[in-house]
Ligand binder design. Sequence first.
Ligand code: ARG
Length: 298
Amino acid sequence: MSSIISHSATLRFRLKDLDTLPEPGRVLMVRPTHFSIDYVINPHMEGQVGKVNKEKAMQQWEQVRDAFAATGKEVVELEGGKNLPDMVFCANQSLPYCNPEGGHEVIMSIMNSPYRQPEVPLIADWYDQQNYERHHLDGEIIPIFEGMGDAIWHPGRRLLWGGHGFRTSKDAYTFISETLNVPVITLALHKSHFYHLDTCFCALNEDSVLIYPKAFEPEGLRLIRSLFKNVIEAPEEEAMDKFACNATCPDGKHVIIQKGAKQTSKALKEAGFEVVEVDTSEFIKSGGSVFCMKLMLW
Ligand code: ARG
């Protein structure tokens, strides 16, 4: 079933009607050997050029890696490319998918910033070694798409949530929906600090999501509330400064999240999740945290 949904009035299915999607068993991470802040392409990077503590960043990255491994996932480590300081944010170069036949497919990104565009062919080479079927957007028609920064699978169901506005063109989702044969619910983003969907929307399990509500238009919020039974809201300071919504729940139970997002962590615990705090402060300077430091795949 392929369709694009951008209005709750056009939502003609219940979650239970959609086919199930298996839980990803692998986590790809790109080592931060070349991580630094050399340019400004999002508001969080302002005033941070040259300010990354590389040793601290490496320790923090290893802590995140170990947190994923502790949930039983297989962590695959890749070396980052030289002069590609943002390649560590490996949620952005692609959108992987496991089709109903168990085949592996991937939509490769077209990065918004020329600084980041050379990351994509390096990740594409890795997919070729993994026997993924690669799909490419036509850059003439669809100028930008930033992978899982904006396109997020609904846990357990063949449904994609697609953010657009800053780093992804809305039209990308027509191609993706038709190519992968899945419905896509699009969500407009309108606050520049919340430039990727993963900065304000964290799908935890089939019924639960963590969001920063002000990052969405009223119609987007209606769509989120109509498909998730439990909507946990992060307060502004935690969403903004602690990247609270850039967390990840790899197994439906543990939530790996930046430390110090007190109210969010409390709400997650009350909802029955186990909170695993990590420190990603060096990466937050660049506009990313746990979610975008990895890519879940099959
Ligand atoms: N500095 C990177 C950029 O602006 C950070 C990317 C963070 N990724 C994410 N999915 N939020 O592109």
